[in-house]
Structure formats: C-alpha cells, structure tokens
Design a protein around this ligand. Structure first.
Ligand code: PLP
Length: 427
C-alpha cells in the first residue's frame, strides 16, 4: 500500500470512530470558515477494497482489469494499483497515465478497437502489447504500427438490456469473424483471444451467457485457423450499486456457470474482465452546495392561498451540474438520490416540487424537475451517493466553474489491514 502512503497521496485516515459523515460535516464547516462553498467528492477507500474482495470471492476465475475511462482520478488509480488489478486503457493518454503511476505494461490491455496510429505506436514503444480490434482496417493499421501485438478480437453481443449500449459502435458480427481471422493470418498477426462488452449497467445476466457461448464459437474458428487462443475478456457492465435491478452476485452466478460450460478450468484459457463502474460507482459521494434559489409562484389560481405547497415550485441552483460532473447520473436515468444535509431536512416538514439546476448559463443544465423536497435554502448542502462512475471523467470547466475536488478517506481498521498485509490480488 506504499503507493497510497500519506506522502504519496492525500489520504485521510478516519480514526477514533470517525465516520465518512463526520468527515463531510467537518469539511463543510472548514469550507464555511474559509468563506467557500466549493463542491467536493469523498472517495471511500473501504468501499473499493470491499468491492475488490467481493470480486475475488464471487468471480474467482476472472481477473479484473480496471477501466480507467470510468474514473481515472489519482485516488482511484492508486487504490486499484495497491489492490493489484490490471488496467484497461482506451488511448495513449490513459496508457501514459497508468505507466506514470508505475503500472507494468503487461498489466495493461489497450481495449479500444478504433485506435489512432500514433497511439498504437506509443503502445508499442512502451511495451503495451495486448490490444483489441474488430475490423480489417484496424488489422492493417496494427500490422504497420505494432506487428508483434497480441490481438484480441472484440465481438458484438446482445446489449439490448443495458443502460448504455456499445455494440452498435464496436464489435465484429459473428458472420464476419472467419474472414477477419483469415485476414489476420495473411498479415501474420498474432490473435490470442476474444473480448466483448455486454453494455454498461447490464440488467440481464443471460446476455453474458450468450456472449460467452458466442466467444466459444469464435475460439473454435480461430483454433481451426491455427491461432493459439489463450484469453477471454468478458468486458465491463457490472453494476456498482447495491440497489440495482440485478445484483453482482446474480450476474456472476450465470457467468461462472457459462465459463464452466464453455471454458472449463482445464482449458487453460485466462479469463479477464474490464470492470469500471463496479469498483467506483458506490465509492463516491458528492457534496454540492445550493448557491442560489428562486421561488416560482403559480399566479394563475388561488394566489391568496399562501401556504399551499402545490402553488409554488422551488428552483435551486447547485454548484455542480451537467457540465460539471453530473451528466452521466442524469443522462443514464439512474435514480438521482439527494440526501439533504441534516440542517436542511430539519428546516421544514412540508415538501415542495423542486427543480434542481446546475450552475452554468445553459438552460439545459437541469438535474431534475420532478423531485419533492423539503424547503432548502441558499448555503445548504446536498449529498449525492453512488456518484463515482463516469462523473469526474466527464467534468468540464464550462463557464469558469472549477473541477470538483476529491478527498480520499479510509477507516483506520481498513488502513491497518491494507498496510500490514500484501495486496489482496495480483493479476
Ligand atoms: N471496457 C470498454 C471497452 C468500455 O467501453 C467500457 C465502458 O464504456 C468499460 C470497459 C467499462 O464498462 P463498465 O463501467 O460498465 O464496467
């Protein structure tokens, strides 16, 4: 856990029974004393460690290669390095970032099927050899830029039951696989495996079963063509929330069954995955501040009934929004859970229809307009749970609003276990 030592990274150890909520309350107080209301994230290292242990026991045959694109903040990457996972990188920039933190090149899969030539060359010069492809054009490009690469053929799979679908953009259709692999042979390229992605936020575990069966079919074709197929990559798509439609355990049970059926342990095929949201979604809590408020009265009827909650709409302006880090939470239709800070909840029992806006000048910067909340006030804080996936990665500084800061916290118990024991998993 050296990479996480307080000299290497800004980490707060919660000792003497202090909780994350205590940390958040103290941080809010500290900001107040500096006359600041900057939004901030709290990243819970305990949660990431627990997720990792849960992965190891639930999917014991599958080695996780964490997908940087989901959240590449130093706090997360250092934690994943300390846990000993591999990494899925999508570009030269992500490879650079992983290498700069000390990740070994053979623990990286360059899992993007449409790569820029210069990025492929960068991977080659830096010893990153494993990469995906799904078309003939990509094969030709790779044969020029990295002829000794170890290639993984990504196939398109049924992702109709996923919140974010990917197979319309990536993945070879099964009908084209024979020709593609034949082309790889002609170009003298080394194809070592198959990958797929069932879509992010996959709600149907049978999608994994069918995808694994399809991968077996491709293995058989490739083996007949003389390739030594040694790797199956089952992609991402695993939920990181505890209240999702299907649990991680339910999906894993189906995956384990399909692996045993199509890739039994004695087949000596290495199984990896590229989980992103699984590791970070529930580990992050955003604390954002209400910086402005407007009360809109319905003056068309009964304007004399002053205390009727139905005759007014509350408009709150939060200092993080769609152009900040919140667009994936709202776009993906995930439940947007605002837990009002204690003082806000106490302020009123009555609930009002509330619209929550982001801070920028764009009227599409709206987080929700159908949320019933007790009355809030300028200066109140909202806590948004489950906000670690694809949030900080997509953050912009539009209109001059700063990126949201991240504080990494860990309980003293977890910290001592991590410091005193070897990393729980080495890929
Ligand atoms: N791998 C690839 C190639 C992806 O495109 C993505 C997400 O877009 C992931 C892994 C991570 O997916 P998830 O966050 O759903 O686990």
């Amino acid at each position: 856990m050296n990479i996480l030592s307080p000299e290497n990274c800004d980490i707060e150890i919660l000792d003497n029974g202090r909780t994350i909520n205590d940390f958040i309350d103290n941080k809010i107080e500290e900001l107040g004393s500096k006359d600041s209301e900057q939004p901030f994230y709290v990243a819970n290292l305990d949660d990431m460690v627990k997720k990792h242990l849960r992965w190891l026991t639930t999917l014991p045959r599958v080695k996780p290669f964490y997908a940087l694109k989901c959240n590449s903040s130093p706090a997360v990457l250092r934690t994943m390095i300390a846990l000993g996972t591999g990494f899925d990188c999508a570009s030269k920039g992500e490879i650079q970032l992983a290498l700069s933190l000390g990740v070994a090149p053979d623990k990286i899969i360059y899992a993007h099927t449409t790569k820029a030539r210069s990025h492929i060359k960068y991977a080659r010069t830096h010893g990153v050899n494993m990469m995906t492809f799904d078309s003939e054009d990509e094969l030709v490009k790779i044969s020029f830029c990295h002829p000794t690469a170890r290639l993984v053929l990504r196939i398109a799979v049924d992702d109709t039951c996923s919140v974010i679908r990917l197979s319309s953009k990536f993945g070879a259709r099964l009908g084209t696989v024979n020709k593609l692999l034949g082309r790889a042979r002609e170009l003298d390229l080394d194809v070592i495996g198959v990958s797929f992605h069932a879509g992010s936020g996959c709600t149907e575990s049978s999608a994994f079963k069918q995808a694994i069966a399809d991968a077996r079919h491709v293995f058989d074709i490739a083996n007949k063509l003389g390739f030594q197929m040694t790797l199956l990559d089952i992609g991402g798509g695993f939920t990181g929330r505890n209240d999702f439609k299907v649990t991680f355990e339910e999906v894993s049970e189906v995956i384990n069954g399909a692996l045993d059926e199509y890739f039994p342990s004695d087949s000596e095929v290495e199984i990896i995955a590229e989980p992103g949201r699984y590791y970070v979604e529930s580990s992050f809590t955003l604390a954002a501040n209400i910086i402005a408020k407007r009360v809109i009265l319905d003056d068309t009827e009964h304007s004399d009934i002053v205390e009727n909650s139905r005759d007014r709409t509350m408009m709150y302006y939060l200092n993080d929004g769609l152009y900040g880090s919140l667009s994936p939470i709202c776009d993906a239709g995930f439940i947007f859970q605002c837990l009002c800070s204690m003082q806000a909840v106490k302020s009123s029992e009555q609930k009002y229809q509330s619209i929550i806006w982001g801070p920028t000048c764009d009227s599409t910067d709206k987080l929700t307009d159908d949320y019933w909340l007790p009355e809030l006030h300028v200066g109140d804080w909202l806590l948004i749970d489950n906000s670690g996936a694809y949030t900080v990665s997509l953050c912009t500084e539009y209109c001059g609003f700063e990126r949201t800061r991240i504080y990494l916290v860990v309980t003293a118990e977890t910290w001592h276990v991590c410091v005193n024991h070897a990393t729980p998993c080495a890929v």
